[in-house]
Design a protein around this ligand. Structure first.
Ligand code: MN
Length: 364
């Protein structure tokens, strides 16, 4: 008899965590133990919240209220940029609020999701004290300042932890919550491409079962505004190419998320190795950097070309940063900043100064 076991095709190695629901259990345990002293929570996401952050906050809000009787308010500091994200919030009726100073008085307990105290991408007060931090990003220091900190850098998306908590609780799973979670997982893992743990994929499949597939498709293919198309046209017309590097300066943008969207879009250009996009928004230059080179760390490279290193972050093939230029500066100052970033990047990735940029998408 042939040995069937041997003949089975070797599949991609997928890590199996020892107890994948451990973090979800820690969260549930904490909430049930402290519910008496926690009347309400302020759930804070990043200033330009992405689907993972929104889904995490939305689910935490549901769990806290439904299971533990804890009322909450979801807040953020910036704008909801991407059309998909706005569609998500509209279609699933998620209530997100701009943060107000009074919130810090009204809510003694702050929960950060998909971000951490000290990260540059949120409006958490500098010497504030967080009650809970739930995140997937590498912490700045070993000890995250919070009564409960749940950091899992291998979970693919922060909302995987919240999905697992929801699945554990045996409470009703509303379609709108499940849909938000399915979309949050998909968008943070590049359609599961970056989900390299079996429990992450299983968690996605479990929650997909409860979600509204039509709503999910609608969120993924939203109607887009004129400004979206004109920004896209501008980014393609202005894109400069040189030895595998594509650079596009969008100048003024209606929201900073357009910068990363364009960077993702240009990355599909055949033969590309590096993408560098910038956009100006309220006195700050927003930067998105991508690479197709799996052997380098995009965050490391972007941090190297920043003067103040703390303003840039990322890992793997994607990175982003922001650089304050000022609200009342001339066009030439903006251009100088943009040019100097590209020059430093060229040196860093060793593209010789004599190699010239050209405009690959302009009619010749
Ligand atoms: Mn995330």
């Amino acid at each position: 008899m042939p040995n069937l076991k041997k003949e089975q095709p070797k599949s991609v190695e997928i890590a199996q965590p020892t107890d994948s629901f451990k973090n979800a259990r820690r969260l549930i345990h904490f909430l049930s133990r402290h519910r008496k002293n926690i009347p309400n929570i302020l759930v804070m996401v990043h200033d330009f919240p992405d689907p993972d952050a929104i889904a995490s906050a939305y689910t935490l809000q549901y769990i806290a209220e439904k299971k533990f009787g804890i009322e909450s308010r979801i807040v953020f500091g910036g704008v909801i940029g991407r059309t998909e994200n706005r569609a998500m919030v509209d279609i699933l009726k998620i209530r997100l609020h701009k943060i107000r100073p009074v919130d810090f008085k009204k809510y003694a307990n702050i929960v950060l999701v998909d971000t951490q105290p000290g990260f540059g991408n949120n409006s958490f007060p500098q010497n504030g004290k967080a009650t809970i931090v739930i995140d997937q990003h590498e912490p700045l220091s070993e000890k995250v300042q919070a009564k409960l900190s749940i950091i899992d850098t291998g979970c693919g998306a922060t909302c995987v932890i919240l999905t697992q908590a929801l699945l554990l609780l045996n409470i009703e799973i509303p379609k709108r919550i499940a849909t938000a979670l399915a979309y949050g997982i998909l968008s943070d893992t590049m359609n599961l491409y970056r989900a390299d743990r079996s429990d992450v994929i299983q968690t996605y499949l479990d929650i997909l079962h409860y979600s509204d597939l039509r709503a999910l498709a609608k969120i993924q293919n939203p109607e887009r505004s004129r400004s979206f198309f004109s920004t896209l046209a501008r980014s393609i017309q202005g894109a400069m190419f040189c030895r595998g590097l594509i650079v596009s300066h969008l100048k003024n943008v209606v929201n900073p998320d357009l910068v990363s969207l364009v960077a993702d879009f240009l990355q599909a250009y055949r033969g590309i190795k590096w993408v560098f996009c910038t956009g100006r928004y309220k006195g700050t230059l927003y930067i998105s950097f991508r690479t197709t080179n799996l052997n380098v760390d995009a965050g490391e490279i972007l941090r190297d070309i920043f003067i103040r290193r703390g303003k840039a972050g990322g890992s793997g093939t994607m990175a982003g940063g922001r650089f304050e230029v000022g609200t009342d500066v001339s066009e030439s100052v903006w251009e100088e900043v943009e040019v100097s970033f590209v020059e430093r990047l060229r040196r860093r990735i060793r593209i010789p100064a004599r190699a010239d940029f050209y405009f690959p998408f302009r009619n010749r």
